[in-house]
Design a protein around this ligand. Structure first.
Ligand SMILES: [Zn+2]
Length: 448
């Protein structure tokens, strides 16, 4: 099966992928509402001729699992959807593969700032707009389109390829973790996050923490003499946390020494007070902070607690536990995959045949589900369509890059998992004999 035949077959799926992407964007799959998107993905996998299977999230299993994050919300009824394209016959050199994407999206941030409706899937030229269009529903459409094209061509597989549409990537990664706990494994994994022109081989760890601050309520008319404002106290805590952030960025290890500011503290939500004319009695500051691969998120949590304790010690009104740190959501380590991993070389080869040059290998200052696979001994990288303004307003994705992503994935699936047929140079064996280029990344660029 020639490269050309594969590229053409994938290009012929462009409209199918675009329709799938639009259906996905119209499903507002924020935390707790993922299932509308999973229904779309189950239909899409079935339309690839595969049998979609639900992988429900199980709170008990997740709470005890290595790599799990704390969570306070109910996961009953949440499911991943997976579909396995089985091998036709086991072939020497063929390796199994997981293609993974997350269906959940972050909220629209501020709907009034959008110039197109966040769940409208408006198309303008090569761009499709919408929350999650880039992060990462176009990636889901690309991986399904690649498999649909290859199945249409009758590609014989020597090792299984599994498609995974998972939930909760944006808060815990427990969708991907549940798939692993349920035994869905492979020799490698590609996550089709919006990382174009490069393969992402390293990522930071992320900690979510919430600082609950107690104030003393009073009438606002006497706020100069009475009460203690929890919102203002939370501001002082945030200032102290900025000091910790500066310390964390002081001496980044490679490859993060190429970044000016790899570790970002983000106060993402502040919630406090209950009346405009009452001195605020309580405030919660919800933050995201990162750590480098090899560092423990538990150690980072200790530094956060020490920082909050120091800030509290500077104000007697915060004495006695009136500023407390709580954890809910991400508590995850960073990870990295070696640049000479067969996965990295083979996916880079496929990319080069489509684009005429090798992809850069980069590190990201965000986290992805890749860490769960890497922890389980499964090399995982991110590669996918070109998106702009993810987590921002007017998020959009390039439709041509979605098709190109599917083309690279299809070439890679043939090479990695295809069966060796008698009388032809089998893709898997050909790969082993090939004299690989040594790959060097250009300077990493932050994503996500
Ligand atoms: Zn994402």
């Amino acid at each position: 099966m020639t490269d050309e035949a594969i590229l053409d077959a994938v290009a012929a799926q462009a409209r199918w992928m675009e329709a799938l992407l639009a259906d996905l964007v119209r499903a507002p799959t924020v935390l707790g509402a993922e299932d509308a998107g999973q229904a779309v993905m189950a239909r899409a996998f079935a339309d690839c001729g595969l049998e979609p299977v639900d992988v429900p999230l199980r709170a008990d299993a997740l709470r005890g699992a290595e790599g799990a994050s704390p969570f306070s919300w109910d996961v009953v009824g949440k499911r991943n959807v997976v579909a396995t394209w089985p091998a036709d016959a086991e072939a020497e050199g063929a390796r199994s593969l997981i293609l993974n994407g997350h269906v959940d999206v972050v909220p629209p941030a501020a709907e009034h700032l959008w110039t197109r409706p966040p769940y409208g899937a408006v198309r303008e030229g090569d761009w499709l707009y919408g929350r999650g269009a880039g992060d990462m529903k176009a990636g889901l459409a690309a991986m399904a389109g690649a498999v649909r094209a290859l199945r249409g061509l009758g590609l014989p597989l020597g090792a299984p390829v599994q498609l995974q549409s998972v939930v909760e990537e944006e808060c815990t990664g427990h969708g991907a973790l549940q798939c692993l706990l349920d035994g869905h494994r492979a020799d490698a994994c590609v996550i089709t996050e919006p990382h174009p022109d490069h393969l992402t081989v390293a990522q930071v760890g992320v900690l979510w923490f919430h600082v609950d601050v107690d104030g003393v309520p009073a009438h606002a008319a006497r706020a100069d003499r009475l009460g203690f404002n929890a919102i203002e106290a939370a501001g002082a805590v945030l200032e102290a946390l900025r000091g910790l952030e500066a310390e964390l960025n002081a001496d980044p290890p490679p490859p993060y020494d190429a970044f000016a500011h790899p570790i970002n503290l983000n106060p993402g939500i502040v919630a406090g007070g209950d009346w405009t004319s009452t001195v605020a009695a309580s405030c919660t500051l919800s933050c995201r902070l990162a750590c480098f691969p090899g560092e423990s998120p538990d150690a980072l949590a200790e530094r956060v607690e020490a920082t909050v304790a120091r800030a509290a010690a500077e104000d007697p009104r915060l004495a006695g536990g009136r500023a407390r740190v709580r954890y809910d959501g991400f508590r995850c380590e960073g990870c990295a995959v070696a640049e000479d991993e067969p996965l990295v070389r083979a996916l880079g080869d496929a990319y080069e045949r489509r684009h005429g040059e090798r992809p850069a290998l980069v590190a990201t200052t965000a986290t992805t589900d890749a860490r769960h696979f890497v922890r389980a001994g499964i090399p995982a990288v991110c590669f996918g369509p070109r998106a702009e303004r993810i987590h921002g307003v007017d998020e959009r994705v390039s439709l041509s890059s979605m098709v190109e992503t599917a083309q690279v994935l299809a070439l890679f699936v043939r090479d990695w998992s295809g069966a060796i047929r008698p009388g032809s140079e089998g893709p898997a064996r050909g790969k082993e004999e090939k004299d690989h280029h040594v790959v060097h990344g250009r300077e990493p660029a932050g994503r996500g």
